[in-house]
Write a new protein. Structure first.
Length: 423
């Protein structure tokens, strides 16, 4: 009964990546929707595909998986012309057969694949289906999807269009609600749970499922019990510079082994590395990437914090808020009209910008604060970025928990966090 209630609750959220899928089905033979398990890939594929009469196969089904593994070519040849193949990372043997089938019939939209691991990195995958496949990275729900209200923030950012001071007080301060939003996260099934305890239970079961099933599909490792502990440690380091030696120190494993385990967590879309931004107009730059968890709800469950304890721990709140906003903006970027690249900036004098976004030759910067006030010093890194990049710098934003958009000089703005979180 509980599973049926959850499915009813989670199917009504609009996924803005649905339009990307529909567009790809018009001109591309194979579309891969990949992202972490339970982020909504299957729901999206079925919602769009069933409208077009697609046949559905799930490789979590042992019979289907074994049939595909034993005779990949025969399996693909036996399928209807339009098909959804769910959790395809469990049968990497199929990719060569799909390639051969597409080369014989390049009709658009023939295959919709979903994968809970980055199948392009699987060692058994000899051919990436280059020129035949479009990839859609589906992330957990954005707050705009939960509210059913699209955001135009990225367009505002690159247009440097945040209105004027006449709009004072039009946004809401979030206060302790901010900690609650961070702890909820974006996984549909977790959001549907009725309490923080129930959500935490879901996240713990989620990690257990991944370790026991998905990890075994893509890697053979001896110390499976290390992975949840390593992921919890990574959660405590989210939004910080990535130093694998520090993550390795609590474990009786070599640094190369820990790096391999971290690469595995990245392949499963549980962590990601934000690369450092570099430009010859700036010197003494730190070249270390930043670590971010894929979802703050997952991070809170791994760290054993709830909204109350998170609100009281201001340092951790700041880290998780940075990861939350970074992930929200990555989701928005998937639907943005232009291709965007994300980086962070930090120099050896510890002047930094949390998020640097490139759109062609244009650059914008984001700083993030959990406080309700902003001062001139909060713009130090953004000013350095603006002065170095000149006219190609579009805007710099400091997110804060205020109620007004406030200009802070040439192309610099303090912007309420609630602009990203529709009521």
């Amino acid at each position: 009964m509980d599973d049926k209630i959850l499915m009813t609750d989670i199917t009504h959220y609009p996924r803005y990546s649905g339009q990307l899928l529909r567009e790809a089905m018009v001109d591309t033979p194979v579309i891969l929707i990949h992202g972490s398990r339970q982020c909504g890939k299957t729901t999206l594929a079925q919602e769009v595909g069933q409208q077009q009469g697609y046949h559905y196969i799930n490789f979590d089904d042992d019979t289907q998986r074994q049939a595909a593994q034993i005779d990949p070519i025969g399996f693909i040849q036996s399928l209807p012309e339009y098909v959804i193949l769910d959790e395809v990372q469990r049968v990497p043997e199929l990719f060569t057969a799909i390639k051969a089938s597409v080369d014989n019939n390049r009709k658009p939209g023939r295959f919709i694949l979903t994968g809970s691991a980055n199948v392009l990195l699987l060692p058994k995958l000899a051919d990436s289906l280059a020129g035949r496949m479009e990839i859609i990275h589906l992330r957990p729900l954005a707050r705009t999807e939960i509210a059913g209200s699209p955001s135009g923030f990225l367009q505002q950012l690159f247009d440097a269009d945040f209105g004027d001071a006449a709009n004072q007080g039009q946004y809401r301060r979030l206060g302790e609600d901010l900690a609650d939003i961070i702890c909820v996260g974006g996984y549909p099934a977790a959001i549907a749970r009725s309490s923080e305890k129930r959500r935490s239970n879901w996240y713990r079961d989620y990690i257990t499922t991944i370790v026991q099933r998905d990890v075994q599909d893509i890697a053979h490792i001896r110390n499976l019990e290390v992975l949840p502990r390593l992921l919890a440690l990574a959660s405590s380091q989210t939004a910080r510079l990535f130093v694998s030696a520090e993550l390795a120190s609590p474990f009786a494993l070599s640094h190369p082994t820990i790096r391999d385990y971290l690469a595995l967590l990245e392949q499963l879309f549980l962590i990601e590395l934000l690369q450092p931004w570099h430009n010859n107009r700036l010197s003494r730059l730190i070249k270390t990437p930043k670590l971010h968890l894929s979802d703050t709800g997952l991070a809170c469950a791994l760290l054993g914090v709830n909204s109350k304890t998170l609100w009281q721990d201001r340092a951790l709140l700041g880290q998780l808020l940075e990861t939350f906003i970074y992930q929200e903006l990555r989701k928005y970027a998937d639907w943005h009209n232009e291709s965007l690249n994300f980086f962070h900036f930090r120099n050896k004098d510890k002047v930094e910008v949390d998020i640097v976004i490139e759109q062609g030759k244009q650059v914008a910067g984001i700083e993030i604060k959990a406080a309700a006030t902003v001062t001139e010093s909060d713009f130090k890194g953004l000013k350095k970025l603006r002065d170095a990049y000149g006219r190609h710098f579009t805007a710099g934003v400091v997110f804060y928990d205020g109620d007004s958009i406030v200009p802070f000089g040439d192309r610099l703005f303090a912007v309420p966090i609630s602009l990203l979180i529709p009521a």
